[in-house]
Design a protein around this ligand. Structure first.
Ligand code: NOJ
Length: 555
């Protein structure tokens, strides 16, 4: 078991962090929606899995316009999910099991039901209540055109008009009005929130959309086509994204984190150019930042190697440790992605049909054809590789079962705002958020005693925890074994590449720990030593294609 010493201030540097999407994890009261007592009831499972921490996606009161990332009250629990007392009980159970808790903080926007936004709507244009958000007059003869042509991330315009004629900014859904981070009251209130949860025993925070907090809203607002491309390295003065002045906010947060012992940690969700990520990860800022490069990479040896090398260099630059992610609640599960033909970076297939899987989901899982066995084999190999890398491994609930994306969710069941806002062109992210199958049978495969808020497919029976837990060849057994062995082998945060065969990713970690992933057709020799874990069977002692092995050559 790797569950760590609770007082270690560096616990996060190489932690295995398991993301819990609370409404889809475990439903204690049988209403079809997962809840905090459900999580508490599954702490034994998390302990047996061996994770060091969980990252809990938003559990705050919310109308669920965006899966809980539309927060009504930052210092309470959604009644559907429980109470503050349930939260405290969950923290106690996790800590008793040696598991830390990281919670999601959503500072870029509140929900439209938040007290501040209701006050803003009731107040007049120009009032202090409106100054907490980005309200302004429209353009055109009678102000009936939005203040700018900026698009929202979920499709459609980023501005919404209120009855008195003003418009407010929402980079995401209209139910998610953007906060004005130039407003001192907004800044102060988030410090109160960070202390509120830290005082309740929370160990760290995952910061949603950290790269959009501060904005330059001075006139004239530039037109969307004139804005610098976000994918390029920006210089810190883009009106919306990845501005340098966001770091002032995070330096203030760091002071709050350091009021605690051990200091509270934070990880930034910052979709910025890799060259800019170090800013968020510096010790005087949030301390760590997500790197989504592996998650975006096709199953290709040279792409993986480049991503790994670049990110280890970047973590040296920031003084932080690297983060690694293959799946989360926003992307198509990696077991499915890797079973699709290689897309834009590989064979030249049309972008929407490539390995991001979105086009495939939009076709209800019909086009292109998924090879589910191949996808799972590669996913297991990729996960074992990820767990050998220096830095923190972030896992998404259900990937330890080898779950595939549920691509054929009926359209009338979809909850993701992307679906409506894209005019039903994009099915969105619900396919990875389908409630976890715990048992082979039952009205919701043991998720709860009632139904499930997103329909579960019949094939969930065979990938349930119950079906996998005693099967040594299951993906669950692989994750359990790998996490336990990782805890024993983990040492310094360094990695050395070994060039031994084409399409082979082979590196060593201190202590003689070798990790080999074979992406080529020809089986390869393993180094002499003890084979600790493999993601699939060896063939005559050789490592077959799409398989990873850990070998220890000396201790
Ligand atoms: C990033 C979150 O991961 C995603 O689920 C959410 O929709 C957006 N931020 C907006 O909060």
């Amino acid at each position: 078991m790797s569950n760590q010493d609770m007082s270690d201030r560096d616990w996060w540097r190489q932690a295995v962090v398991y993301q819990v999407y609370p409404r889809s994890f475990a439903d204690h009261d049988g209403d079809g929606v997962g809840d905090l007592p459900g999580i508490t009831s599954r702490v034994g499972y998390l302990k047996a899995l061996g994770v060091d921490a969980i990252w809990l996606s938003p559990f705050y009161p919310s109308a669920l316009a965006d899966g809980g990332y539309d927060v009504d009250d930052y210092r309470d629990v959604d009644p559907l999910l429980g109470t503050l007392a349930d939260f405290d009980a969950m923290v106690a159970a996790l800590h008793d099991a040696g598991i830390k808790l990281i919670i999601d903080i959503v500072p870029n926007h509140t929900s439209n039901r938040h007290r501040w936004f209701r006050e803003a709507l009731a107040a007049a244009p120009g009032s202090p209540a409106r100054e907490r958000y980005h309200f302004r007059d429209g353009t055109g003869p009678d102000g009936s055109e939005p203040p700018s042509d900026w698009p929202s991330m979920f499709g459609g315009p980023a501005w919404h008009r209120v009855p008195d004629g003003q418009w407010y900014l929402h980079l995401f859904a209209p139910e998610q009005p953007d906060l004005n981070w130039d407003n001192p009251e907004v800044r102060e209130d988030f410090l109160t929130t960070l202390r509120f949860w830290s005082d309740r025993g929370v160990d760290g925070f995952r910061i949603d959309v950290a790269h959009a907090l501060t904005k330059d809203m001075s006139d004239p607002l530039p037109s969307a086509p004139d804005l610098p491309d976000q994918q390029q390295p920006l210089v810190g003065d883009h009106p919306i994204w990845d501005r340098d002045d966001a770091q002032e906010v995070f330096r203030g947060w760091r002071k709050v984190f350091d009021e605690y012992d051990p200091p509270r940690t934070a990880v930034a969700e910052a979709w910025c150019h890799p060259s800019r990520r170090a800013r968020y990860a510096q010790p005087e800022s949030l301390g760590q930042a997500f790197n989504f490069d592996l998650l975006q990479a096709d199953w290709d040896a040279s792409t993986f190697r480049t991503v790994i090398t670049r990110n280890l260099e970047a973590s040296e630059e920031s003084g932080s440790s690297s983060t690694w992610v293959l799946s989360n609640h926003d992307v198509v599960r990696h077991a499915s992605r890797y079973g699709l033909p290689i897309g834009p970076n590989g064979s030249g297939a049309p972008a929407q049909l490539g390995q991001d899987g979105r086009g495939w989901v939009n076709s209800d899982g019909t086009t292109p054809q998924l090879d589910p066995e191949l996808g799972l084999q590669r996913a297991r190999a990729a996960s074992l590789l990820l767990l050998a890398l220096p830095g923190s491994a972030y896992l998404f609930q259900g990937e330890e079962l080898g779950l595939h994306e549920v691509a054929d969710l009926p359209h009338d069941a979809l909850q993701d705002p992307t679906y409506e806002r894209s005019g039903h062109q994009q099915k969105g992210r619900d396919g990875c958020r389908v409630p976890i199958p715990w048992n082979r049978e039952g009205s919701s495969f043991g998720f709860g005693t009632g139904g499930a808020h997103l329909p579960q497919p019949r094939w969930f029976a065979s990938v349930s925890v119950q079906a996998e837990q005693d099967d040594p060849s299951s993906t669950l057994s692989l994750y359990r074994a790998a996490i336990a062995v990782r805890a024993r082998l983990q040492g310094e945060e360094s990695l050395t590449w070994v060039d031994s065969a084409p399409n082979l990713l082979h590196f060593t970690r201190p202590g003689g720990w070798h990790c080999l992933t074979n992406l080529g057709a020809a089986p390869v020799d393993l180094p002499d030593g003890e084979v600790m874990v493999t993601s699939g069977p060896l063939r005559d002692g050789l490592l077959p294609q799409d398989t990873t092995a850990w070998v220890v050559t000396r201790r």
